[in-house]
Design a protein around this ligand. Sequence first.
Ligand SMILES: Cc1cc2nc3c(=O)[nH]c(=O)nc-3n(C[C@H](O)[C@H](O)[C@H](O)COP(=O)(O)O)c2cc1C
Length: 184
Amino acid sequence: MVVISIVSSPRKGGFGDRIARRIEEGAESVGKEVVRFDLNDMCDIRQCQNCEACKSNGGICVIKDDIAPVIDAIRDAEGMILTTSIQFNEMNGLFKMVHDRLYCFLDMNATTIMPKGKKLATVVTASADQGSADRVSAALEKVMHEHFFCEPVGRMAYCTWMMPKDSPIDDSVMDEAYEIGRRF
Ligand SMILES: Cc1cc2nc3c(=O)[nH]c(=O)nc-3n(C[C@H](O)[C@H](O)[C@H](O)COP(=O)(O)O)c2cc1C
């Protein structure tokens, strides 16, 4: 079983990319295999169509786009690292597309059919709005715990204070990321 890392920032080498990578390294240091999905590299993506097909076919999303392998990987994973930037006070659009597709893991009674107990780390970055980063990361963790019974191992809400994307990240932040990774 593997740990899935879903990164939605379009900025390779940006803050979310590097913090997620450090969590991945922590997970690898305790023997976990990490599979990374960079959502911005995907071209063919659609949002949940609310077609309800998944409610009568055992939880299989019938949309066969580039998000489909991400959904399949989540089903079999032992843990997830979820990374989004803040855009206009909320999770970014790419991440929201994937997040909504987790609807296939709820049955017609809104009970999860995702195997329970997957470990979860969340990373949310913002340039100035620490409040939104905190709020969105807490809300994301809450949904993943309450709807999908994931077990949080760490939550990072990182404000870049408008620094250019390749600015260094404090060692303390990267150390925290690594330690979170080691909890997988
Ligand atoms: C369309 C758009 C909207 C944004 N809205 C916000 C915002 O509301 N608050 C904020 O603090 N940063 C905002 N940002 C800045 C990004 O959150 C910030 O650059 C990003 O989190 C840095 O992370 P990354 O290096 O992982 O991409 C916005 C950026 C874009 C492109």
